[in-house]
Design a protein around this ligand. Structure first.
Ligand SMILES: O=C(O)CCC(=O)C(=O)O
Length: 258
């Protein structure tokens, strides 16, 4: 397997994989996601959460959680065996289980409408340890520098938490100031990808994305996965049962198992 040796998941906090999927599967999944966005679910199952509804601002970033439950082609994409193998190889793991997904579909932006604020995924996952948790971002369109690619802060997987950062905060200018105050000059790497390529980042890596200035939408299928090294953190109250769905493999499929 060819691995991009420029960036290491351990050292930099992210890496890039070569193309894994065939074009038809990518196009079918993309069409499937568009159906989900428009409220058409071929499996009859609704997504977990919608942050965009038909009729909402068409220039706004569209995020919908767990679209793999709603469309069989999206399910097929994220359970692809070669994909599972590549994630296991890259993370040096014995098992790979997908426990959450999102579509992040970014049409041409107006002002801040396409921004996703700086964050680390672990800040939203109090029920998980930080080790053994990763995100794979599958490019379902070509992702140019101008299309608002996901960008990563190299080495930020080793940082302490930076309070005040959030995916849903579109004010990247204020966030950049905050980052500068805490860490001075940072090295930011853009995930410029061809359709079918994949980036992987750890749960602690700070990342964000800015405006899509292209006419075509920038489309990412975001796959959150845990390895055999991940550990549940017992919680009380809200979210305490969230990971009980791990036992339901029709929601949380194993895509690599030794
Ligand atoms: O697709 C984006 O712009 C943001 C994605 C993201 O936050 C993630 O992959 O964890």
């Amino acid at each position: 397997m060819h691995i991009d040796t420029h960036y290491s998941l351990n050292e930099n906090g992210f890496t890039f994989l070569p193309k894994i999927f065939n074009k038809n599967d990518l196009l079918s999944a993309s069409k499937g996601l568009w159906n989900v966005i428009n409220g058409k679910y071929d499996t009859g199952i609704k997504p977990e959460t919608r942050f965009w509804e038909p009729g909402d601002d068409p220039n706004k970033i569209i995020k919908i959680d767990k679209p793999h439950l709603c469309n069989s082609k999206v399910w097929d994409l994220i359970t692809n065996k070669d994909f599972g193998k590549a994630l296991a190889y890259t993370t040096k793991s014995k098992t790979i289980q997908v426990w959450h997904t999102q579509v992040v579909w970014k049409p041409k932006s107006k002002k801040e409408s396409g921004n996703a604020g700086w964050h680390r995924d672990a800040q939203y996952w109090p029920f998980w340890s930080t080790g053994g948790l990763f995100t794979a971002w599958i490019a379902l369109s070509n992702v140019s520098l101008n299309s608002g690619p996901v960008r990563f802060i190299s080495g930020s997987n080793k940082w302490e938490d930076v309070p005040g950062l959030d995916f849903f905060d579109k004010d990247l200018i204020t966030q950049d100031k905050l980052l500068k105050k805490h860490h001075g000059k940072t090295k930011i790497i853009n995930g410029v990808l061809e359709m079918g390529q994949v980036s992987i980042h750890s749960s602690l890596t700070y990342h964000s994305s800015a405006a899509n200035l292209e006419n075509e939408p920038r489309v990412g299928m975001v796959v959150h996965f845990c390895t055999d090294k991940a550990q549940r953190v017992p919680l009380k109250g809200e979210n305490s049962n969230y990971l009980d769905q791990l036992i339901d493999h029709s929601r949380a499929p194993f895509i690599y198992n030794g």
